[in-house]
Design a binder for this molecule. Structure first.
Ligand code: C2E
Ligand code: CA
Length: 541
């Protein structure tokens, strides 16, 4: 499961697809944020544009309240008496007030401040809004007001108790933008409403989508009511029209969203690839389960037997692929985790070798170590399981020689020999290795760099092979020649005047997994004077 997921995650196509998705997501997010801000700003514009109208209705309501309060306290004459009407007129003579007051007990107009005497009481009928449900006012909306002596007049009557006032039709001129429409509705407690001003139908549409600010079908709806919930003001803003008018702004918004989305995508994909880079994956997932041991057989050229093996590390990536050491060994070195790494490898190698190689088959096992971890105490601990069965395993470490060879290298090498670990200088003849070092360090042997044995016939390197061997042999060290890829090279090595102890190379076998290695051991015939067929290296890793 993990493997197939890793496989998918590592593919270039998937990462490209992911990048595309992230871009779209960022674009929508950024554009959404900008739009939300624009919407907020638009609603501010709407509020500013509609404020005069809402203020107007609040003013009406306030003045009505003041007028009715005055009538309740100042009308002392008998209803509809001369004195009563005089008093009503005086109240009506108020700045910004209503100049038409009525005496309208039970919805029947008895007298008015303008028309002193009515020919007969005028029954207004059922009010459109009753003075119940906590409201103190009753409304008769858009009634014929001929009884006032103004033929054809239409207006609304508002009553508080027996007192009434006439509200003439309101005219509010607003500096509307073409994308903004509004309606004022007079709303009864039961929710029924009468259109008062503006474009009929907006209030109904607006409350269909709930209170407050709403975005539906490309239109913004907003309803605001006065404090009495009586006059409700609904607006409908057409975003398409607004966008068409604000093309430049819209263009800028899209451009900003594209730029920000691209920037965010680059940032996110940089972070993601950092997280998903080989280095990060290796650091995150390096554990006992991800380490793979391979064993490259080492041939004892003197006896023709397989002396043992060099343990070479591999690492299993999250997609299940096997990673070669040139990719991760530099990381192990850079991160200074060589000791831990060697410990994991040694544990696994011991498990595999002690389980699969017959107990009566003694074996030389070689591990690679960095000079930086050349510490006999640490290494004795790391290889304690191998060292606990000395009849079974003959342990060696191959030290990659470098300029970082610790000052006390000689001491450590001797201590290692003491605890039963042989030391070899690895890749001798290239890099930092030199004869001076070799003479100074009492290592058990030298591994000649594979470049010598692998060099093409007649090349300078191939000619140097013989000299290098002579030179090492003269120091008395045991020699391992690795990189033997052909029968001819093996023959050449066997014919040298200075006998070589061990050889290693693809001609004998590639590094194998534990099953390949045990099968190889089982099939191995002695390399006698007439070279036998080398068994096919199966299960090479
Ligand atoms: P090395 O110690 O020189 O190991 C020998 C390398 O030569 C191995 O490569 C092996 O597969 C390759 N080799 C052996 N015979 C032949 C041959 O006939 N022809 C060719 N072309 N190659 C041959 P590998 O396994 O890729 O390891 C590369 C290097 O990685 C090793 O070089 C060693 O320096 C390092 N390494 C591997 N495992 C470990 C480890 O556990 N710890 C440390 N510190 N380094 C390791
Ligand atoms: Ca080696």
């Amino acid at each position: 499961m993990m493997t197939s997921l890793g496989n998918v995650l590592l593919t270039r196509t998937f990462r490209r697809l992911l990048k595309g998705i992230v871009w779209v997501f960022c674009f929508v997010a950024v554009f959404g944020l900008i739009s939300a801000y624009a919407l907020y700003k638009t609603s501010e514009v709407i509020s500013a544009e509609t404020r005069p109208a809402t203020d107007h209705f609040i003013r009406i309501r306030t003045h009505l309240g003041e007028g009715f309060a005055a009538m309740r306290t100042r009308l002392s004459g008998a209803p509809c008496s001369h004195e009563f009407i005089e008093q009503m007129r005086r109240i009506a003579y108020r700045p910004d007030g209503y100049n038409e007051f009525l005496y309208v007990p039970g919805g029947v107009v008895q007298c008015t401040s303008a028309a002193v005497a009515l020919a007969a009481p005028v029954d207004l009928g059922e009010p459109d809004i009753r003075s119940e449900d906590g409201r103190d006012l009753s409304y008769w909306v858009d009634r014929k007001l001929d009884f006032l002596g103004i033929p054809g007049a239409i207006g609304s009557v508002v009553a508080s108790g027996p007192f009434g006032a006439v509200i003439p039709p309101q005219e509010i001129t607003l500096n509307w933008s073409d994308w903004l429409e509004a309606e004022v509705a007079l709303v009864a407690p039961d929710g029924t409403f009468s259109h008062r001003l503006g474009v009929p139908g907006i209030y109904e549409q607006a409350i269909e989508h709930g209170d407050g600010l709403r975005l539906t079908e490309g239109k913004i709806f907003q309803t605001m009511c006065d404090q009495f919930g009586l006059h409700c003001f609904s607006i409908r803003a057409d975003i398409v029209k607004l966008a068409a008018r604000e093309k430049v702004l819209l263009g800028l918004m899209v451009a900003a969203a594209i730029l920000l989305a691209s920037w965010a995508t680059t940032l996110i994909s940089r972070l993601a690839s950092k997280y998903w880079s080989f280095e990060a994956r290796f650091r995150r997932n390096l554990d006992a389960a991800s380490i793979i041991c391979t064993y490259q057989p080492i041939l004892n050229l003197r006896t023709g037997e397989i002396a043992g093996c060099e343990v070479l590390a591999r690492w299993r990536d999250v997609d299940g692929s096997v990673v070669m050491p040139y990719k991760f060994i530099p990381l192990v070195e850079r991160d200074g985790i060589g000791l831990r790494f060697t410990e994991l490898l040694a544990e696994r190698a011991f498990d595999e070798l002690s389980t699969h190689v017959p107990a009566n088959r003694p074996m030389r096992v070689s591990f690679n170590i960095f000079p930086s971890i050349l510490n006999s105490q640490d290494l004795a601990q790391v290889f304690s399981n191998f060292l606990s069965v000395p009849d079974r395993f003959d342990l060696a470490v191959e030290i990659i020689e470098s300029d970082e060879m610790p000052a006390n290298a000689q001491q450590e090498i001797e201590s290692l020999r003491h605890v039963g670990i042989k030391t070899y200088i690895d890749d001798f003849g290239t890099g930092y290795s030199n004869m001076q070092n070799l003479a100074a360090l009492s290592v058990d042997g030298v591994k000649l760099d594979r470049a010598f044995a692998m060099a093409p016939d007649n090349s300078m390197m191939a000619q140097m092979l013989r000299h290098a061997i002579e030179m090492i042999a003269s120091t008395g060290h045991s020699i391992v020649v690795e990189g033997v890829e052909t029968a001819e090279r093996l023959e050449l090595l066997r014919g040298l005047p200075h006998p070589i102890d061990y050889v290693q190379g693809y001609y004998i076998s590639r590094p194998l997994d534990i099953h390949g290695f045990t099968a190889f051991l089982a099939n191995w015939g002695k390399v006698s004077t007439d070279m036998p067929a080398i068994p096919q290296a199966r299960f090479a890793v």
